[in-house]
Write a protein that binds this ligand. Structure first.
Ligand code: SF4
Length: 346
């Protein structure tokens, strides 16, 4: 029977047929370490009979997460080193991140903030928000505020509206960017009220929404309706995809996903190499594999469907594109998507 509420306890996952009873003890240990949640919208996308189901791999906890490698870190992209205030990360000169809450509708098994998300107590207080906005106001070089988390669309629309309006009213802020999984994982939350909350910056900053989506099956009918509601309301949409072993590490899957995004008025933005989050080695392909996939996409997708393949350098040193590189400036050669080289007078 389909789930009618969010599944959180390992025993509920056994009852839903998503994990075997024999795995319960190990998954209890995983769940004590990292948050677990699958919304009904996500649970119903999973085929429990398929041991390699790409949706299950993203959300259903497994014993593999108990294997923490020496290179993995609880804060892989170094948020803490750039956090002068609670809930604010200032890594780049022109933008800051705010994490108004660390709660999500679902908890992804590869999340780079997995050591922190799921903590309802980490929600920024009104005093934290006031301090963060005063910080932004005092720094005219800032141009963009990114609301992330956690998932900012878990905020009640009235609170989201107030927050967006306050940020957008800061004279030097041009863009408010919101990162979310909600349109796919809990599409019922996307209502005209929520779209209006995102538009409360009108007249001030532009509000963009970056949707995190990793597999074409996540673009269910309800998810596509949610995206259409946002696009019709005038919210520009971007996508973020994490490259994951056994989920989307094939040119065919990425091709279908990127085309579906464009068809649904979402501009593919980033393909993230997975971060060195603890217990996620089983989901990480190599950078060489990611580059080969990007080369394949370059040969088969139009420019508006091409994401940029990026790596967040561990330790907080920033995000950089990691190729593949088509131009060898040293010898004046350029490589085409099929790997053939051509000369060009640099
Ligand atoms: S929705 Fe985002 S922040 Fe939440 S668990 Fe997934 S990746 Fe992490």
């Amino acid at each position: 029977m389909p789930a009618t509420r969010t599944l959180r306890a390992p025993a509920e996952l056994v009852a839903a047929g998503l994990i075997a009873a024999a795995d319960l003890a190990a998954v209890e240990v995983v769940a004590a370490r990292y948050a677990v949640a699958l919304t009904p919208a996500v649970a119903e996308l999973i085929d429990p009979a398929d041991p390699a189901d790409p949706i299950a791999r993203q959300y259903v906890p497994t014993a593999a997460e108990l294997d923490t490698r020496p290179e993995e870190m609880s804060d892989p992209i170094g948020d803490a080193a750039y956090s002068p205030l609670n809930g604010l990360v200032h890594r780049y000169p022109d933008r800051v991140l705010l994490t108004p809450l660390l709660v999500c509708p679902v908890y992804c098994r590869f999340c780079f903030r997995r050591s922190r998300v799921g903590d309802g107590g980490a929600t920024m207080t009104e005093a934290d928000i006031d301090a963060a906005l005063a910080y932004v106001l005092a720094r005219p070089k800032l141009r963009e505020v990114i609301l992330t988390g956690g998932d900012p669309l878990m905020l009640p629309p009235a609170r989201l509206r107030r927050l967006v309006a306050r940020i957008a009213a800061i004279p030097h802020i041009e863009v408010v960017r919101v990162h979310s999984r909600v349109p796919l994982s809990d599409p019922g939350r996307v209502t005209p009220d929520l779209a209006a909350a995102l538009q409360s910056g009108r007249g001030g900053a532009a509000v963009w929404l970056a949707v995190h989506v990793n597999h074409p099956r996540e673009l269910s009918d309800k998810a596509r309706d949610a995206l259409a509601l946002l696009a019709d309301a005038g919210v520009p949409l971007l996508s973020q995809t994490v490259l994951l072993k056994g989920v989307n590490d094939s040119a065919e899957v990425l091709d279908v996903l990127m085309r579906a995004l464009v068809r649904n008025r979402v501009r593919p933005y980033y393909l993230h190499h997975p971060d060195l989050a603890p217990g996620t080695a089983h989901l990480r392909p190599s950078i060489a594999e990611g580059q080969a996939l990007m080369r394949a996409l370059r040969g088969r997708l139009s420019g508006i469907a091409q994401p940029t393949y990026v790596l967040d350098i561990p330790g907080g040193f920033g995000k950089v594109p990691v190729g593949p590189d088509y131009w060898d400036g040293g010898v004046g050669e350029v490589r085409d998507p099929k790997g053939r080289t051509h000369t060009y007078p640099g």
